[in-house]
Design a protein around this ligand. Sequence first.
Ligand code: ADE
Length: 332
Amino acid sequence: MSIAPDNKSGGDDILDNTLRPNKWDEYIGQDSIKQNIKIIIQAAQKRAQPPDHLLFYGNSGLGKTTLAYLIAKEMNRPIRLASGPALERAGDLVAILTNLSDGEILFMDECHRLNKTIEEYLYPAMEEYKLNLILGRGPMARTMELKLPKFTLIGATTRPAMLSSPLRNRFGAVFQLNFYTQGDIEKIIERSSRLLNIRTEKQACQIIAQRSRFTPRVANRLLKRVRDFAEVEGDGLITSEIAERALGALEVDEMGLDPSDRRIVETIIDKFSGGPVGLQALAAATQEEEESILDINEPYLMQVGFIERTPKGRLATKLAYEHFGIKYPHLI
Ligand code: ADE
């Protein structure tokens, strides 16, 4: 059994409240998104209107929820959390929308997984702050219009292509969160260490950052696991030696690959002669879920240049062969 930290969790809610940035200055990286959102908020405040609905997309753990919380804080407005797949009936959405207050932010995680009927209730709510309810059935059915408070919807998705175009078109601005730089991840680890009273050597921060998949959620999780080691095996100080040992025990390698990443790349190389291999076949051979290959493993493996996605399937690159110490087959 692997004891690698669970990278597969979808929601950002695992991130400790203590670590959530409360001010723009505390939110590290994604500079252009920050600048654009600041302007959208300031302009809306000048007009005394709620900001346009915003859509954030990007891989999980990059801080979409964190950014939504920060916007609510900066605007001094309440925020309500909802999740696409958790809404089963239109009534669930109606209940949320009718309970919002003026200026409130509604954060809809995984909005690509909203069911279509529910989604249609959202359109007039987003456009005109109203709901068209259907009362009764058959010939006796009547529609009723319900006015809603002026809210801002912040939608988040890891799969923007799966969003229906009517929904996508109703967002006033769309932002893609990218992987962070090594330097920004180091700053995030240093900040989290301060907030959690963890003592870390500078070089140890660099080691943890290097294995954090350029992703804040992973960085914070690894930091906490390494702290456990430092407290049990030492006096609490995270030295580079402790960091290396802890990450080795967690089976996270120097590139941040965990056992499931390694299984995927090694399977492409060993069982499919380097590819191309389709997603279904790869999932079956590795016993990983297609969804987690798509959302968790592949984005990072492509970012580090270990796999390529082609129309025929996934290919292992020369870099991947080198990382695993396997001779790259030169095709004639
Ligand atoms: N936690 C998650 N994302 C963060 C960021 N960009 N800056 C600081 N802390 C974070």
